[in-house]
Design a protein around this ligand. Structure first.
Ligand SMILES: [Zn+2]
Length: 654
């Protein structure tokens, strides 16, 4: 789901090419206001004693009386022995007239938005039971305050549903958790024949009943309760199709308000086909090929990824790509719990960036990433949602959306394009997860298996940790024999959790004739790296390709650099292995006698290279092996002062 542009922003940005990707600044505040009740009214995560197999919704929309009259069939398997009573979630204002199994009425109790039902008998583990619930009422609330009975902006009656995260049980009885998908569903909708209804799956039949008609859809794929949707007004339909294989077509039907099918709108809608092509290439085939894709216009300001038919408040590229990507990430693989919502929203947000990259190039992608990074920096707490009682916390724009998307960008940086896209494809097509549910550890497992890399540091800090690193990068260089030793120190401010961030970091060192790029693994809060150039460095750029969500300042100062070196220090010689010369560098924070000694590989002292009193400073000692007649082999060099001793290994390779 995505709520984007505020009306005022449409005015401000209507001539701005980037308007469609603006995140609403009022996002969090509005969500908080819209959901005063939080979780108190829902029972979560539903009755865990059964596993839903099938839902059938047979609903009549009585718009004149703002009522739903429904019969919902639930087929489910018991997952325990001796199951004689179950509960489903349904708001108390929905009045149940009867619950049956077959022709037998079942006794039930309805309170606190829970319906407890005595089954006709005890069911053992693996046995299927069926209940049929007849009910009616006026649904109220609506996810994100999308009220059910509305009028369109062109003044026509509109019925539409938005159930994420806790609103499904406002309009039909279900197990109100994404953890338990139904394997299939039927959705029958009866309404006045002056309106056209739209729902999920494949339209199988339209039955005319006089002044009303009944539309019957079949959902062949697993579906989460909150992805079942209904919308109804006097739509115009713009039919299109996507040729996903030569000669094979997926229907792509756009339900838009009557009289709004201008040429410019048709051009917008037709972009869906390009997007289907892009995302099928990137993620594997569209998940619901036996059914359809499409859009249903509604009055809510953003979009919602209802399975096979996204509900849309507008048709900008960002919103269209976002909801389409959800068909893979959200609908094909659904977050198992709301703590893991970033698996839906982070991926959909990142999918927008991929669309920009595909349509307008990598610079446009980076523009989108930078804008998400800016937004992500205001995120507080971990991406793994701490408080799912608050809908505003689950759907926090800076955290679940922008930072979630940026995490995927960072993973792309860590793995490189080949491994990253392979991992994404492996995840969405994983035999265990596909058409089922997932948590962060599932994605991590597949990403690690696919890439062959240990990503525990990455997920633990970016999904379960908070904030982002603040780096101070100090650099300097020394010249010896036309070789330039560039020394870089990275220091991170102390963070709450993690204390500091572990990431591969990239450096660009510029010279008069071009740039050299180096990637190092930064896994200490204060860490030094060295690079050798054969040309004088003129500038160091940290993370030049902006792979990391960060604040960074780069300091090019001899003074500052030496401040960091307030300790005795013996560097690894360079080059190493060497022939015939190598440089040994060391730092003295105070005046002292210093002795530099060479040992052979048996530990015998063979040469005293240096033995004298020196002032504080950073020193280079050049060892010329030819001068001492050394042969190929392993040597050790040791620096000793009256307060410090350190030994390092070097290799002479002739
Ligand atoms: Zn979304």
């Amino acid at each position: 789901m995505k709520r984007i542009i505020l009306p005022i922003l449409i005015v401000l940005f209507c001539f701005n090419n980037y308007a469609q990707e603006q995140h609403t600044c009022g996002y969090i505040k509005r969500l908080a206001l819209n959901n005063p009740g939080g979780l108190a009214k829902v029972n979560y995560p539903g009755d865990s004693n059964y596993d839903v197999n099938y839902y059938k919704l047979d609903l009549t929309i009585d718009y004149a009386n703002t009522r739903i009259i429904g019969e919902v069939t639930i087929k489910a398997n018991s997952v325990v022995n001796d199951l004689s009573s179950v509960f489903v979630d349904l708001k108390d204002y929905m009045v149940i007239s009867e619950i049956k199994t077959g022709s037998q009425s079942l006794s039930f109790q309805q309170n606190n938005n829970i319906v407890t039902i005595d089954l006709d008998k005890s069911y053992n583990e693996g046995e299927e039971f069926e209940i049929v619930i007849n009910y009616a009422g006026n649904p109220s609330g609506g996810g994100f305050n999308n009220s059910y009975f509305r009028t369109t902006r062109v003044g026509t009656p509109l019925f539409s549903t938005l159930s994420e995260p806790y609103s499904t049980s406002e309009w039909w009885p279900c197990k109100d958790t994404p953890a338990d998908k139904a394997d299939s569903a039927d959705i029958w909708l009866t309404c006045s024949d002056s309106y056209i209804p739209v729902s999920n799956g494949k339209l199988m039949e339209i039955v005319e009943n006089g002044s009303t008609h009944t539309y019957k859809w079949k959902v062949h794929y697993p579906i989460a309760q909150y992805l079942i949707s209904v919308a109804m007004t006097n739509y115009d339909i713009y039919p299109d199709e996507f040729e996903y294989e030569p000669g094979k077509f997926l229907p792509v039907n756009h339900y838009v308000y009557k009289g709004t099918l201008s040429q410019s709108r048709i051009s917008q809608l037709e972009r869906t086909i390009d997007m289907l092509e892009l995302f099928s290439d990137a993620f594997g085939e569209y998940p619901f090929l036996r059914e359809k894709y499409g859009h249903a216009e509604w009055e809510w300001g953003g979009g919602m990824e209802h399975q096979t038919v996204s509900s849309m408040g507008s048709f900008g590229e960002a919103l269209m790509s976002h909801e389409l990507v959800h068909q893979w990430f959200g609908d094909k693989i659904t977050c198992k719990n709301w703590e893991s919502i970033w698996l839906n929203e982070g991926f959909a947000t990142y999918g927008e960036s991929l669309w920009w990259e595909h349509a307008y190039g990598f610079d446009r992608y980076m523009h989108d990433i930078s804008s998400n990074m800016l937004h992500a920096k205001s995120a507080t707490g971990s991406i793994h949602v701490q408080n799912i009682n608050s809908v505003g916390q689950i759907f926090n724009g800076a955290r679940s959306y922008s930072k979630g998307g940026v995490v995927l960008h960072m993973l792309r940086g860590v793995l490189g394009d080949d491994k990253f896209f392979k991992a994404i494809k492996a995840y969405i097509n994983d035999p265990v997860l596909a058409y089922d549910v997932a948590v962060t550890e599932d994605f991590q497992r597949v990403a690690e298996e696919s890439s062959g890399e240990d990503l525990d540091y990455f997920f633990s800090q970016w999904i379960y940790g908070e904030n982002y690193p603040t780096y101070t990068v100090t650099w300097n260089y020394t010249e010896e024999n036309n070789q330039y030793l560039v020394k870089v120190n990275i220091r991170q401010e102390t963070n709450s959790e993690p204390k500091f961030f572990t990431m591969p970091v990239e450096f660009e060192i510029k010279t008069a004739s071009g740039s050299e790029f180096y990637t190092e693994f930064n896994n200490q809060q204060d860490q030094g790296f060295e690079f050798i150039l054969f040309e004088e460095p003129t500038q160091l750029i940290f993370d030049p390709n902006n792979w990391i969500l960060k604040d960074a300042s780069v300091v090019t100062s001899v003074d500052n650099f030496e401040e960091l070196k307030d300790e005795f220090f013996l560097e690894q010689n360079y080059p190493n292995p060497f022939n015939p010369t190598t440089i040994i560098q060391y730092n003295l924070p105070q005046a002292t006698n210093v002795k530099l000694t060479l040992f052979d590989n048996l530990g015998n002292e063979i040469i005293t290279l240096l033995d004298e009193v020196k002032n504080p400073g950073y020193y280079n000692f050049e060892l010329n092996s030819a001068e001492y007649g050394l042969s190929s082999g392993v040597y050790f060099y040791q620096l000793t002062t009256n307060k410090f001793a350190n030994t390092k290994k070097m290799v002479l390779l002739k």
